[in-house]
Ligand binder design. Structure first.
Ligand code: SF4
Ligand code: SF4
Length: 328
């Protein structure tokens, strides 16, 4: 009997999700033995033409990591959607937009200006920015258009399942592959992770008092957390109350607060506003001025509340006049 065919693809990402697959270590051997990997650009040399030659449904599942932010990303994910029976949004960037999604606080034009003109290392007296079409000495070079707005995968194609995390932990990757191979799958659209919040399984939850207040937010860069105590109760921003569990409390066990990479809890429409609602109840002061002063110590609101989820949030992006030549 032929083995099911599996594809891995990456869009706008750092490569960490690819590392997570390799981190299966010897656990990758049963996966490799049970499936036929037909696309994995980070590791194996398959060509676009190979993928175009597949028939629709030829490939059982594609694990797609990274956000979608260019014409090339869009072309690939639409092609994979056409050819693969299941699409899994693999990791925070495909799931919610991830760290690349923070680019939605600015525009493509500003990013190009910073990178190719204002950077101290940039030498660009003619102000030449990347072009889609370049003609030089009789040759033509075409580059994919970079979008103004970073999108998560399901804003571009239909997605069957979501495997959260930056990066997804190896055990949840192995479980997802086993579920797909066995056909024992939850309903379409499910996030393949527990329904509980991170706080519910956090080893420090018992140290969290029933009631506490925060008068000043503390930062990891300038203060050392007590390794036994709840970060939030100690004044460190920890997104555990608004974040889905299932990561194995990786950061907490490394004495770092949760940054929220598993995305919102199932009951939350928006991870950032859910966390803000939780904070509103504990940010303290005797007067309005003191509450405002306490709130002012909250570090980098967008980067903290939406570090992994800005494109999927209710905000999606900052309100800007889009570049004329790129209306998306
Ligand atoms: S706020 Fe953070 S440290 Fe406190 S219980 Fe929740 S996940 Fe654990
Ligand atoms: S503790 Fe939070 S940021 Fe860290 S891996 Fe878990 S969900 Fe992601």
């Amino acid at each position: 009997m032929p083995k099911p065919k599996v594809a891995f693809y990456w869009c706008a990402s750092c490569g960490g999700c690819e590392e997570a697959v390799v981190d299966l270590a010897e656990g990758i051997l049963p996966v490799v033995g049970a499936v036929d990997i037909v696309l994995w650009p980070v590791a194996l040399d398959f060509k676009l033409e190979d993928v175009r030659s597949w028939r629709p449904g030829d490939v059982a599942v594609a694990f797609v990591n990274g956000a979608v932010r260019s014409a090339e990303n869009e072309m690939w994910v639409k092609l994979l959607r056409e050819k693969c029976s299941l699409i899994v949004a693999f990791g925070s960037c495909a799931h919610l937009g991830g760290i690349p999604g923070l680019a939605n606080v600015t525009t493509r034009g500003e990013i190009f200006a910073n990178k190719y003109a204002r950077a101290v290392t940039a030498v660009n007296p003619q102000g030449i920015f990347p072009q889609i079409d370049t003609r030089l000495n009789g040759y033509e070079l075409e580059l994919p258009e970079m979008w103004n707005t970073v999108k998560c995968l399901d804003q571009v194609i239909d997605v069957d399942y979501y495997l959260p995390g930056c990066a997804p932990p190896p055990d949840s990757i192995a479980k997802a592959v086993q579920a797909i191979l066995s056909g024992h799958l939850p309903p379409k659209g499910s996030v393949l992770a527990p329904e509980k919040s991170l706080c519910e399984t956090c080893p420090r939850n018992d140290s969290k008092p029933e009631q506490f207040t925060i008068e000043t937010f503390r930062r990891i860069a300038t203060a050392t957390p007590d390794p036994e105590k709840c970060f939030l109760a100690e004044g460190f921003v920890c997104l555990g109350p608004a974040t889905r569990g299932g990561c194995g409390e990786r950061c907490i066990r490394g004495n770092m607060p949760c940054r929220g990479c598993f995305g919102p809890t199932p009951d939350a429409l928006d991870q950032g506003t859910k966390f803000l609602a939780a904070l509103g109840a504990v940010t303290a002061g005797k007067t309005q001025e003191e509450v405002v002063a306490a709130a002012a110590t909250f570090p980098d609101p967008i980067g903290t509340l939406y570090r992994f989820s800005l494109p999927a949030s209710l905000l999606r992006r900052s309100a800007v006049k889009l570049d004329k030549e790129a209306g998306r």
